[in-house]
Design a protein around this ligand. Structure first.
Ligand code: GRF
Length: 192
């Protein structure tokens, strides 16, 4: 039986698209659904182009359990957060114990927590004169960016790098590793 995944995204959705491409021929993992909380998000056009069903939801539906019902109706096994900005409520964490995976564009625990997302992370990395940054893929609990880390990869940050340069380096690593790490986590393979 193949495993169904749902991808939550609030923004552009480039990672969501990579994940769809990666699993397009898979017999084991099926991208069943995109979910989005932001009517302006680029992921909406991607869903249409990729022919993936999309569910839009608001905060009330997220908190009340309506979103869990949608996930259950679609027989979702794993939830992937790919640039999703809201804190996941208890009802979803409890419905998918250790089956929610997030990607964060820094080496957690550095540059994590509420408000640390997107360009804020990369600006902080440059301001702090970090010599390296990276990506973290982790399981999700009820606190921002605090679940068990399952994968990290790093890249050098040069003194001349702008936040945009740092963001680009991170995105290359995200697109390369995120689908593979999802695959290994779901199929129960070793991550090292
Ligand atoms: C990624 O950098 C991810 O780490 C962060 O949000 C960004 C999403 O990018 N959580 P995209 O929407 O997949 O292009």
């Amino acid at each position: 039986m193949s495993k169904n995944i749902a991808i939550f995204a609030s923004g552009s959705g480039s990672n969501a698209e990579r994940i769809v491409e990666y699993f397009s021929d898979s017999t084991e993992i099926n991208v069943k659904l995109f979910l989005c909380n932001n009517p302006e998000a680029g992921v909406i056009q991607r869903a249409e182009r990729l022919n993936i069903p999309l569910v839009m939801f608001n905060r009330q539906q997220f908190k009340s359990g309506e979103v869990v019902d949608i996930l259950k109706e679609n027989e979702i096994d794993w939830v992937i957060l790919a640039g999703f900005l809201w804190l996941v409520p208890k009802n979803i964490v409890e419905a998918f114990p250790n089956k929610i995976i997030n990607i964060h564009p820094a080496l957690l625990p550095k540059f994590g927590g509420k408000g640390m997302y997107g360009h804020f992370v990369h600006e902080a990395v440059v301001e702090n004169k970090e010599t390296e940054s990276g990506i973290t893929i982790h399981l999700v609990n009820e606190h921002y960016d605090e679940g068990a880390i399952i994968f990290q990869a790093s890249y050098p940050v040069l003194p001349t790098d702008s936040p945009e340069d740092v963001a680009k380096k991170g995105q290359v690593l995200e697109h390369k590793h995120f689908p593979e790490v999802i695959e290994k986590a779901i199929l129960g393979q070793s991550l090292i």
